[in-house]
Design a protein around this ligand. Structure first.
Ligand code: ATP
Ligand code: MG
Length: 772
C-alpha cells in the first residue's frame, strides 16, 4: 500500500479509494474529514486524473494552501500546482474573469468589499432622500445580500409580491428600488460584490450551456469541505458543475453548521442523497484530535439538540485533564486569568504561543484579552475585526491600484480623487457625478471629455482633474510592463500619499507610513511567490484579486509565534492544543439575539460544539459575574451550556451551585416577560454517558502506532534537521542557503538567504522547507 494510505484508518480509506461516483462523508469533529479530502485528491492524481480536472472547494484559502502543500509532498510540487483549489469566491472569481464579457462585464472587473458595497448603499439612501434611521445601510446591505444568495434577482424581486410586502411591512417599501439602483451602480462601475461572484456564476452556467459544458468537462472531480455551511447559491453551482460526471465528494458535519444566519442551508447536506443517484455514504467515527474528556464532553452537549443526524464519535486518545471552568469578577479579571494561565502553561509544559487559542462569541470581547496579553508581553494575533487591508491608509493605496486596472471603479475614484488634497472639492465631484449619470458614463470618462461637456467647472479645476486622470493613465502604462510591486511602489511615491503622512508627523501618521511599508513588503513577497507558479506573473491584477478575496484566516504569516484570538465562527476547521472559551454567559453565549426559537438556540449550541472540539489537550471555560453590556454593568449569569456538560468531564474552580440556574423572570429583546427556566432543557437523569464505542484491540494497536499520546504537551510538527550551508527550497521564497541556526526543539530557527526573497529568519516548525 502507498505509504500515505497507511496514515488513514479503514473507514477513512474507503472514500479515498472510491474513485468515481457521488459520495458524502458525514462525521463529527476531528475525525479526519479534511484529511480524507486531501488524500483523496492525491490518490486521484496517482490514478492518472489530471490535476486540471480536479476542483476542490474549501472554507478558507489558507486551508486550500495547506492541503496543496500536503498533496505536493505526495505527488510532487509541479503537479500539485495545477490543482484548482480555494474558496468558492476565489475559484469562481477566476472563472468569471475568463467569461466576464458574456455577462457584459470587463474582465478586469473590480471586486467590491463589504465596505465598498455599504458605501454605495449609503449614497443611494442619501440620493433617494430616505430616512437613514429607517433605512439603515447595514441592514439594507444584508437584505440585498440575502436576496442575492437565494438567487432572487431584481427582476425576480419585482415579480414576487410577498417579498415586496415583507419589506413594506418592515417599513422599507423602497427596498426593491434601492436594490435595483445598487445593482445598476455596481454594473456601471464594472464591479461585482462578494455575492455577485456566486450569483453571476450561476447566471453564467444557466444562460450559456456551452460554458456550462466546458466547466463540467474541465472539473470532472469535485470535492467540497465544510459542506454543511454552503448556501443555496453555492449549492446550485456545485450541482450544475457535477451534473455530467457526478464525481462529487462532499464532507461535512451537520453538528457544525453555524452559518445559517448568513444563508447556509443545512438541507444541502441532508438532501444530498436525493440529489444524486447511487450516493455512497461514509461515516467516520474516530476522533484523532482531542482527549477523551473533550470528545465526550462535546458529545454530551450536541446530544441536547433535537435536529441532528445520529452520529458516534469516540477516541482512542487518553482521557486527558478535565475541562477547567472558572468564574471571574469582571472581563478585566477574565483577561488576566487567561493571560496568566497561558503564561503558566507555557512555562510548565514548554509550549509555544501558537499552541494557544482564545475563542469568543463576539469580536468586542477581544479587547480585555488583548490588554491582559500585552501586559504580560505575550504576542498575539487577532483574526477578524478590522483587518490590515481595511485600514484607511491601505485602502487608499489599494484604491489607486484598483483605479489603474478599472478606471470605472467609482468607489475607488471617490476615495482618492482628492486625496492627498489636490483642490478638487465636493461640489465638483457632485457635478461630475450628475454628468456621469446623465450620459451613462463613468466619472473618469466624463473627466476625459471635459472639453466637450459644458459643466461649469472653472479652468483651474479642470486642469487639476486632467492632471489626475493623466497620472492614473501613466500608472496604467507602467502597469503594462511591470509587476504589482513596481507599480505599487511608484504609486506611493508619485501620488504624494507618503509625503502627506510624513507632513502629518503624529505617531498615528508614522504608524500609517509603516503600514504602507508593510503593504509594499507584502506585495513584494506576493510577487515573488506568484512568479514561481506556472500560470502567474505577479501582476497587479493577480495581487488585487488575492487581496479582495483573502479571508480573515488568510493573512496568517506562518513564521510568527502568536496566541490566536478569534471568534468561534472563524475557528471552524482549526485545532489548537490549548483552547480558552471566554464569556460563557447567558445572553452572550448563547447570544441574546439567538434564543427566541429552538432552531436559533440549537445553532448556538452547535457553535459551542465547534468551539470545544477545537481543543486537542485542554479546554478552559470562563465566565464573569458582571460585565459591561450596552454601556451598563450588568449581572451575568453562567451560560446554560456549562450546565449541559456532564459534570464528570469538568473541573469546577467555582462552588458547585454557582453555575446552576435559578429560575429567573427576565424580559426578551421585545420587552416581553419570559420565564427563562422554560427555555432551558433538563439535564438527563444521572448524567447518562454519551455514546462511546470501544475500539477493538486490533484497532487500538494500530492507533497507538499512529498517534503519539495526546497529553504530550506540544505537538511535534514535522521539524526538519538542517545544518549551516544546507541548500533549501521554500514554497514562496524559492531556493536559499542556510546561514545560521538557533534555538532548540519547537523554537529552532534558521536564518536563510533566499535567492529571491533575501535573508529571512524562519521558525522551522512552521516553515515548510525542502532540503535540496
Ligand atoms: P473538523 O470537523 O474540525 O473540520 P476534520 O474531521 O476535518 O475536523 P481533520 O482536521 O482532518 O478532521 O483531522 C483532525 C486531526 O486528526 C488532524 O490533526 C489530523 O491530522 C488528525 N488525523 C486524522 N486522521 C488521522 C489518522 N488516521 N491518524 C492520525 N491522525 C489523524
Ligand atoms: Mg475539517
Amino acid at each position: 500500500m502507498e505509504s500515505y494510505l497507511a496514515e488513514l484508518n479503514d473507514a477513512q480509506r474507503a472514500p479515498v479509494l472510491q474513485k468515481d461516483g457521488p459520495m458524502i462523508v458525514i462525521a463529527g469533529a476531528g475525525s479526519g474529514k479534511t484529511r480524507v479530502l486531501t488524500f483523496r485528491i492525491a490518490y486521484l492524481m496517482e490514478q492518472g486524473v489530471d490535476p486540471f480536472n480536479i476542483l476542490s472547494l474549501t472554507f478558507t484559502n489558507k486551508a486550500a494552501r495547506e492541503m496543496k502543500q500536503r498533496i505536493a509532498k505526495i505527488v510532487g510540487n509541479s503537479e500539485a500546482k495545477n490543482l484548482w483549489m480555494g474558496t468558492f469566491h476565489s475559484v469562481f472569481a477566476k472563472i468569471l474573469r475568463f467569461e466576464a464579457d458574456k455577462l457584459g462585464y470587463p474582465s478586469n472587473f473590480t471586486i467590491y468589499d463589504t465596505q465598498d458595497s455599504q458605501s454605495v448603499i449609503r449614497a443611494i439612501i442619501k440620493d433617494f432622500r430616505l430616512d437613514k434611521d429607517v433605512y439603515k445601510y447595514k441592514q439594507v446591505y444584508s437584505r440585498i445580500s440575502s436576496y442575492k444568495n437565494s438567487l432572487i434577482t431584481v427582476k425576480a424581486y419585482f415579480q414576487n409580491p410577498e417579498l415586496q410586502e415583507a419589506d413594506a411591512m418592515s417599513k422599507k417599501p423602497r427596498l426593491g428600488e434601492i436594490y435595483k439602483e445598487y445593482v445598476e451602480r455596481c454594473f456601471k462601475a464594472g464591479a461585482m460584490d462578494f455575492d455577485d461572484l456566486l450569483l453571476k456564476t450561476n447566471e453564467l452556467l444557466n444562460r450559456f450551456p456551452d460554458v456550462l459544458q466546458k466547466y463540467q468537462n474541465r472539473f470532472r472531480y469535485i470535492l467540497v469541505d465544510e459542506y454543511q455551511d454552503t448556501n443555496h447559491s453555492q449549492y446550485l453551482i456545485v450541482r450544475a458543475l457535477s451534473d455530467k460526471f457526478q464525481n462529487i465528494c462532499v464532507v461535512g458535519d451537520d453538528a457544525q453548521s453555524i452559518y445559517a444566519f448568513r444563508g447556509a442551508n443545512i438541507n444541502n447536506i441532508l438532501n444530498f442523497q436525493k440529489d444524486y443517484e447511487d450516493v455512497q455514504m461514509y461515516r467516520l467515527e474516530q476522533n484523532y484530535r482531542s482527549t477523551r474528556n473533550i470528545v465526550n464532553a462535546a458529545n454530551s452537549i450536541i446530544d441536547k439538540n433535537k435536529t441532528k443526524l445520529e452520529k458516534v464519535v469516540w477516541t482512542a486518545n487518553d482521557d486527558g485533564p478535565k475541562i477547567i471552568v472558572n468564574r471571574l469578577l469582571t472581563d478585566g479579571e477574565e483577561g488576566r486569568y487567561v493571560a496568566s494561565s497561558i503564561f503558566e502553561n507555557k512555562m510548565q509544559n514548554q509550549l509555544n504561543n501558537g499552541d494557544f487559542a482564545i475563542l469568543y462569541r463576539t469580536n468586542a470581547q477581544s479587547r480585555a484579552m488583548e490588554d491582559a496579553l500585552r501586559k504580560k508581553d505575550i504576542p498575539y494575533r487577532i483574526y477578524g475585526g478590522l483587518s490590515f487591508y481595511q485600514r484607511k491608509e491601505i485602502k487608499d493605496v489599494l484604491a489607486y491600484l484598483r483605479l489603474i486596472l478599472n478606471p470605472k471603479d467609482e468607489e475607488a475614484l471617490k476615495r482618492v480623487i482628492n486625496y492627498p488634497a489636490r483642490g478638487i472639492g465636493a461640489t465638483t465631484l457632485d457635478r461630475l457625478s450628475i454628468a456621469a449619470n446623465e450620459h451613462g458614463r463613468s466619472i473618469f470618462e466624463v473627466i476625459e471629455n471635459l472639453n466637450n461637456l459644458n459643466l461649469s467647472i472653472n479652468r483651474g479645476t479642470q486642469t487639476k482633474l486632467e492632471n489626475f486622470v493623466n497620472m492614473i493613465k501613466s500608472f496604467a502604462i507602467l502597469n503594462q510592463t511591470s509587476d504589482a510591486f513596481q507599480v505599487a511602489e511608484t504609486v506611493t511615491r508619485k501620488t504624494g500619499l507618503v509625503q502627506e503622512l510624513k507632513k502629518d508627523g503624529t505617531p498615528e501618521g508614522i504608524a500609517r507610513i509603516e503600514n504602507i511599508e508593510e503593504l509594499l513588503n507584502g506585495i513584494r513577497d506576493f510577487v515573488e511567490g506568484q512568479k514561481e507558479l506556472a500560470d502567474a506573473t505577479g501582476s497587479l491584477s493577480e495581487f488585487l484579486e488575492d487581496v479582495a478575496l483573502a479571508t480573515d484566516m488568510d493573512k496568517d504569516t506562518s513564521d510568527e509565534d502568536r496566541v490566536a484570538l478569534m471568534t468561534i465562527h472563524l475557528a471552524k476547521g482549526l485545532e489548537f492544543p490549548y483552547v480558552y472559551i471566554v464569556g460563557m454567559e447567558e445572553d452572550l453565549f448563547p447570544s441574546a439575539m439567538s434564543m427566541n426559537t429552538r432552531s436559533e438556540l440549537e445553532e448556538e449550541r452547535r457553535l459551542f460544539y465547534v468551539a470545544l472540539t477545537r481543543a486537542e489537550t485542554q479546554a478552559y471555560l470562563t465566565y464573569t459575574q458582571s460585565r459591561y453590556r450596552w454601556g451598563k454593568l450588568v449581572d451575568a449569569e453562567p451560560s446554560r451550556f456549562i450546565e449541559e456538560i456532564d459534570d464528570q468531564y469538568l473541573d469546577m474552580m467555582v462552588p458547585q451551585d454557582d453555575y446552576k440556574y435559578k429560575p429567573l423572570i427576565n424580559t426578551d429583546i421585545f420587552g416581553d416577560e419570559v420565564d427563562k427556566s422554560k427555555l432551558r432543557q433538563q439535564k438527563p437523569a444521572n448524567g447518562t454517558p454519551p455514546p462511546s464505542h470501544k475500539p477493538s484491540d486490533e484497532q487500538l494497536r494500530k492507533l497507538r502506532k499512529l498517534k503519539p499520546a495526546a497529553n504530550e504537551p506540544a505537538k511535534a510538527r514535522n521539524t526538519i534537521e538542517l545544518s549551516q550551508g544546507d541548500e533549501v527550497e521554500h514554497m514562496r521564497f524559492g531556493k536559499g542557503k542556510v546561514l545560521s541556526l538557533e534555538g532548540v526543539g519547537q523554537d529552532r530557527k534558521a536564518e536563510i538567504d533566499f535567492q529571491q526573497g533575501g535573508i529571512k529568519k524562519l521558525l522551522l516548525r512552521f516553515a515548510k522547507l525542502k532540503v535540496l
